[in-house]
Write a protein that binds this ligand. Sequence first.
Ligand code: NAD
Length: 345
Amino acid sequence: MSVFSHPEFDHHQRIVFGSDAESGLKAIIAVHDTRRGPALGGLRIFPYASDEEALTDVLRLSRGMTYKSALADLPLGGGKAVIIADPRRDKTPALLRAMGRLVDSMNGDYITAEDSGSSEADMRIIADITEHVGGLGQDGASGDPSPFTARGVFCAMRSAVRHGLGRDDMDGLRVAIQGVGHVGAHLARLLHEAGARLVMTDVDRDALERLAESLGAETTTPDGIIDADVDVFAPCAMGAALSTSVVERLKAQVICGAANNQLASPEIAGLLKARNILYTPDYVANAGGVIEIAWQRRRDYRREDVMSHIAGIESTLDEIFDRARRERNDPAGVADALARERFRD
Ligand code: NAD
């Protein structure tokens, strides 16, 4: 397994491989960049098919965190951790404590948090071993970042519909939401309150129908959402939602959602631009959660300040969309360039 010549290596500052025979821990911590501050990024627990697959995932995700934190104007760098394990079968307190020792050995260069496969309860076990844990909630409140992420996506959508559709409000805006889990459901409520007309889907039909009924929203199948006759398509389920075949079918003129790594490959950004569909760079739109976690690390946490920081996502996107238009570039390329200016200055 090559590391320094890995396609996703991108000059990572540190990559630490950790193992613990007793608990069965096999983990990788990747620290991409700490020039803006310590590297914050979630801990993903997943039964990767190979060590190579785990390495590729952790490198890609930690690099993404550097870009996300830079554009969210946070004093943080980018990092990520993965444990190669099935969270439903292999996750034990001993495994999490061993992970806590590995995180602690980074001496604060890496701060861990929840991600897929790890919960707030898991973070509390890790926090018994190391202080370098984020996202545990403020003053006993839940550490669930999804309401903050949804609020950020909502602010991002305001900018995107202004630039892509010339609209200043959401009243009557037709939005398709792909995935109404933690973030998607909160986003649906915010859009409903703002007067948007929703069509939504989820593989969990029961949860979908319950939510749709409470909001008076339409539902469709996971495949049907792609063809929905809407203004905005909001990917809020899995990564790589935007493939060539999906983009060719979309009727929406704006894409803005919470999912990470929405573009199945970098060329998709060009394809969206060619089809005149305005793409909202995912890591800018979905930064609300990490913004709140960053505020939890401060002594002067105030919910109003967190919310106004999250609202800043709208003006960051105004800048990105304006620059993309001036430079005839796609917004994803502009966001990457702007982030690099901020963490490499
Ligand atoms: P979640 O697991 O709670 O929700 C995802 C939902 O998508 C689930 O309800 C699932 O049933 C559904 N789904 C899965 N495959 C689907 C498919 N093919 N078609 C339709 N629905 C499908 O996750 P979440 O926390 O809401 O996060 C959603 C996305 O946003 C993820 O990509 C995540 O990485 C990203 N994200 C989340 C946060 C956060 O604060 N939770 C922050 C940043 C980014």
